[in-house]
Design a protein around this ligand. Structure first.
Ligand SMILES: [Ca+2]
Length: 208
């Protein structure tokens, strides 16, 4: 089989934030198959030493060493190898640390919903910014979607307080997973999946 030459993209010209490429294969002017989409994000979370405080499902654990801060974004295909999945009552907990103090402006996390596959956007997320080892500021985020919304879609958590967060070296994120499929679902009462990717952290390192 002949192989087409690969297209290369130099990351130095990428935008900070989310970048999406769409490629439509064509043959003699006609589209062949669905467009291929590839998304990635450049953010300060790429420089963390992070770890998962809870073990994801073995089937959905991302395909890289640090799947939540590798810059690669999960698509609407939940089997694309990017998503990190937790099946209730397993909750998510992650730690994100920096060697230097960072002033975080905003945090974004993508969540997938595909209710017929028992995947729901989590009801709430706790974000703890540590200003000292034992002093933290907690922010709670609540979803806008509902468990009854059909189809497959991504909802993005966005937390961006005016003036940004307090300077920190450590962020922890906790996502409880105690919800059950609602009464209007064919499998009502079953536990649900939470799928997340990526944890995007935008901020600046203070000038010395
Ligand atoms: Ca990722």
């Amino acid at each position: 089989m002949a192989e087409a030459p690969g297209a290369h993209f130099d990351l130095t010209s990428a935008f900070r934030g989310v970048n999406v490429f769409e490629v439509q294969p064509v043959n003699e002017g006609r589209s062949v198959g669905a467009p291929l989409r590839y998304g990635f994000a450049l953010h300060e979370g790429l420089q963390t030493h992070s770890c998962l405080g809870s073990r994801p499902s073995e089937e959905y654990n991302g395909t890289t060493e640090l799947p939540l801060v590798d810059g690669r974004l999960g698509s609407t295909n939940y089997r694309d190898g990017e998503w990190v999945g937790y099946f209730g009552p397993s909750a998510f907990q992650g730690h994100f640390g920096w060697n230097e103090t960072i002033k975080i402006d905003s945090i974004k996390i993508n969540f997938l919903q595909s209710r017929l596959s028992w995947i729901l956007v989590p009801e709430m997320v706790e974000l703890d910014i540590y200003v000292e080892d034992d002093v933290l500021y907690r922010t709670e985020w609540f979803r806008k979607s509902t468990p009854s919304e059909e189809g497959t879609f991504i909802e993005t958590l966005l937390v961006a307080p005016p003036g940004g967060f307090e300077a920190t070296k450590k962020l922890t994120i906790t996502i409880p997973n105690t919800e059950h499929l609602p009464s209007n679902h064919p499998s009502a009462g079953q536990s649900v999946w939470h799928f997340l990717d990526e944890v995007q952290i935008y901020g600046q390192y203070p000038q010395n």
